[in-house]
Design a binder for this molecule. Structure first.
Ligand SMILES: [Zn+2]
Length: 591
């Protein structure tokens, strides 16, 4: 492999044009000084919010919020370009202090709005304050869960304490974790880390996979009682926070953040459950294709077809992506070309560059896309995925006012997954090579397994544990393992060997410390597959573009519904699962 280049050695045409956001560091410094002065303008509204000055106050807030975010994003993107650059490290920390300054300058605003007369406020949002209609409606929705100033202060101070379980687990899992060494297929010593674990599980040698699996779980088992107590403390904090804020349950509290109803959550679990026999069939096909006499959990990640060694340069990747996304219409393609031609993307890796692909930006400027493109098929999928995020942001910020110029986590992975699905359909249609086709089908099926099935299983685990603890049933390491074991049997069927280690898996999932979060991966994935079907089969492009343009101008489930995907119903999830069913049937025929 070539040695990694310094950032300065990479040609300008391959780097993003960050000057589009802020033209120079000098300009950044000037704006930074001026902005701090602007924050004090908010002071005149403090203890003085009325219906007739609210609009001015909110538009001032939006203006300085936007300016703050531009400086914050610029400093952090520059830091991410090369973390060894100390100048941008200090710029980034300056931008962080700017954000806290901003936050404290507007902290009074929302509590004060909630003291206004509700009837008058509702009248105003239909007329003068119409721009802020959804914003204020959403604020009023939470009113009955906001406590007296005194109680809110206590809760704010206790916030850090309620995060303790998460912090403890994170230290244990990152700083203190030691999974020891194993031997690879050539007898070479390998230290197992979080970073290489998934690669080791993809190894074609079963013994390597097994060793990695055993090594990883041995660590968590050695701390079993500590981790069980850490996790149940986190659940107790969830229950406490829901109770003091007058929610019926911790799950209702968590879902209310994006105004998602409990039905959406339960509907996901129930609909996936109906398709579990298809998952069981997939496990059986895996077992057969891998030629195993028994299949274990450490056999679930290794590809069941040979890796394709096809090189796809960035130029080819762009061309194929443009071709694949044609069903999204001329306007989308024109904007996508603009993004490609005007350096929205930072394409290659360099020394100190942040790993992992992502999209980020600030209102008023196009988004920025960071990749680490290495000419593989997977990299092309990543390109399509990230451009989905970028186009979602672009359509949102160019069609919505600042206050709705973002979108929720609930919606975030829809646009990216739609692009991946369209690329997949395009490649399946145009690829002649049978081996390549099999590789693609395997890649697609694994997405379904890890995103739709696995995350739903996680979601069900969280729900069961919270419900039990809310009923006053204390949980121990053993009882948590029992719940987890039964779920694994339910989701993967009787064919798979339940090694003791897999019943401990819950103990290593960091997401469980942000309760009721992961279900959004499964609902988002289902919506994306449902959209891609509508785009390809039912003229659904215009409605989908409407979705991309909506930002946060309405509640997430409403935005989806307007675009033709009602996630409160079983149909989108069923539609997605039917695609999985067809893939499994295809694979079965070839096997
Ligand atoms: Zn994404």
């Amino acid at each position: 492999m070539d040695q990694l280049k310094q950032r300065s050695e990479i040609l300008e045409q391959f780097k993003w044009k960050i000057e589009d956001l802020v033209s120079s560091d000098k300009v950044w410094e000037e704006r930074f000084e001026n902005l701090k002065k602007e924050f004090s303008k908010m002071d005149s509204f403090k203890n003085n919010i009325k219906i007739n000055n609210l609009k001015d106050c909110l538009s001032l807030r939006d203006k300085i919020s936007n300016k703050t975010m531009i400086l914050y994003v610029y400093a952090n993107l520059k830091k991410n370009e090369d973390s060894t650059n100390s100048f941008y490290q200090s710029l980034a920390s300056k931008s962080e202090s700017l954000v806290s300054l901003y936050q404290s300058s507007v902290a009074f605003l929302e509590p004060e709005i909630l003291t206004l007369d509700e009837k008058e406020l509702l009248k105003a949002i239909d007329t003068d304050l119409n721009l802020y209609n959804q914003y204020i409606k959403n604020l009023l929705r939470t009113k009955k869960h906001i406590l007296s100033t005194e109680k809110e202060e206590i809760l704010a101070n206790a916030y850090e304490i309620s995060q303790s379980a998460d912090n403890i687990f994170s230290m244990l899992n990152n700083a203190d974790a030691d999974f020891g060494h194993i031997k690879d297929e050539n007898g070479k010593d390998i230290k197992v880390t979080h970073g290489n674990y998934s690669m080791l599980l993809e190894n074609s040698n079963q013994d390597v996979r097994k060793q990695a699996f055993k090594a990883m779980y041995k660590f968590y088992y050695s701390l079993k009682n500590t981790i069980a107590t850490t996790y149940t403390s986190s659940v107790k904090a969830d229950i406490f926070n829901a109770k003091v804020r007058n929610y019926n349950s911790s799950i209702e509290h968590a879902l209310s953040e994006t105004n998602v109803s409990l039905d959406v959550y339960k509907n996901l679990i129930a609909t996936v459950e109906k398709f579990l026999p298809v998952m069981h069939k997939y496990v059986a096909i895996r077992k057969k294709r891998l030629g195993l006499s028994e299949i274990h959990f450490y056999d679930l990640y290794t590809p069941i077809v040979k890796d394709v060694d096809k090189k796809i340069t960035f130029e080819e990747g762009k061309k194929i992506t443009l071709e694949a996304l044609k069903p999204l219409g001329e306007d989308y393609i024109k904007n996508l070309k603009d993004a490609f031609d005007n350096r929205w993307i930072d394409i290659y890796e360099n020394v100190g560059k942040r790993s992992g692909a992502y999209v980020w930006g600030a209102y008023g400027c196009h988004p920025f896309v960071s990749l680490n493109y290495t000419d593989t098929l997977d990299d092309m999928f990543t390109l399509a995925h990230e451009m989905g995020h970028a186009m979602h942001s672009y359509y949102t910020t160019t069609n919505q006012p600042y206050v709705y110029g973002d979108y929720t986590i609930f919606l975030a992975e829809v646009a990216s997954t739609v692009n991946e699905a369209l690329l997949m359909e395009h490649l399946l249609k145009t690829t002649e090579n049978e081996e390549e086709k099999l590789y693609l089908i395997n890649h697609f099926m694994e997405q379904f397994r890890t995103t739709l099935f696995r995350q739903t299983m996680f979601a069900e685990f969280e729900m069961i544990v919270h419900e039990k603890m809310e009923k006053g049933e204390p949980q121990t390491f053993e009882s948590l393992c029992e719940i987890y074991k039964n779920l694994n049997i339910k989701y993967y069927g009787n064919d798979i060997v339940i090694d003791e280690e897999i019943t401990w898996e819950w103990a290593r999932i960091p997401h469980f410390y942000s309760a009721f979060y992961v279900y959004q991966y499964a609902t988002g994935y289902s919506c994306a597959i449902a959209f891609s079907k509508k785009i390809l089969e039912e003229n659904g492009t215009e409605a989908y573009l409407g979705f991309l343009k909506s930002g946060s101008s309405d509640y997430s489930t409403e935005i989806l519904k307007k675009a033709g995907v009602d996630i409160t119903k079983k149909e989108p999830i069923e539609d997605a699962l039917k695609v999985f069913e067809q893939l499994v049937d295809k694979m079965e025929k070839i096997s």
